[in-house]
Design a protein around this ligand. Sequence first.
Ligand code: NCD
Ligand code: ZN
Length: 361
Amino acid sequence: MKVGKSIISNNIKELIIRRPDDWHVHLREGLLLEAVLPFTARQFARAIVMPNLTEPVTNTIEAEGYRSLILKALAKENVTREFIPLMTAYLTDMTKASDLARGYSEGIFAAAKLYPANSTTNSAHGVSDMAKLKAVLNKMEDIGMPLLIHGEVTDAAVDVFDREAVFIRKILKPLINEYPKLKVVLEHITTSDAVDFVSSMKGKVAATITAHHLIINRNSLFQGGFQPHNYCLPVAKRERHRMALRKAVTSGDPWFFLGTDSAPHTIKDKETNCGCAGIFSAPSALELYATVFEEEGVIEKFENFASIYGPAYYGLEINAGTVTLTREECMVPQRVTVADGTEIKPFLAGKVLGWRLKDKP
Ligand code: NCD
Ligand code: ZN
């Protein structure tokens, strides 16, 4: 097995794939947006942009406003490659089905996002009771609008490492039974329970998988002291779950595709009392994923995962251009500096990876 892997590694000097998309990213706003956006836009043609701003993006007008802020930031940062932000609606107990349908039909919304209330960063406005979403979900089912789910229960009595598995059992399964035609993406999955569940649905439900959940397990949160930059939600789980995620991406099944969940917070917001959850992987996202596929000996399956399966599930065209990764050492930046002088520490800062995105500055 090992020999086969190294033969593949030694032979491939360059990997050219269709330009990929990121099906889950946090771009933030203001100066943070300007600092992080170029990394995503350099690698990905499109990205599903999360709506959990400090004031969440809950309706069509707000989404148009946020989209124009992103487009302005692209121009300001001189990003010349075409990049299309795909906007999402943050569902609340107050979301109007008619507004969602209008935003979707006008091409402003690509999907809607369900955060169970208080499940993660800026999710206090999330949905408190699924029953309140009945009209919204009926409408989404009718029009084929994807529902993106942060799949964790928020019940404080449930162990933080079990919250995804409990969500699948108690909320997701009944939801899918009630809305059998709803297009569902279970986001940033972290457990074998999620892998098994999504696989059993044979394409009715899709899932995104982050690079960091393929790379770290929960030990990395505590190695040599607490490591706040490895803390995200859903939190990394046991090694056997990481292995299940690796098996999922190497399966070649089309319902697993790329979503970085790159979620930048400044160092001061991470290294503090009550530090924020979120791992900032955008600067080296493609290199990180390519490393995982190569380690698993399935680099030839990387393109499908990164560039083909996502658009297929969303019913969108595959991107026209390509990106090239070359077999060269490439160091994950130590820091990314925001214009106000604050800094963000990328995932695996300073680590040297074996792949480099061509044209990387
Ligand atoms: C995200 C963030 O910071 O906005 N954090 C995270 O740990 N992933 C929120 C989220 O997607 O859960
Ligand atoms: Zn996220």
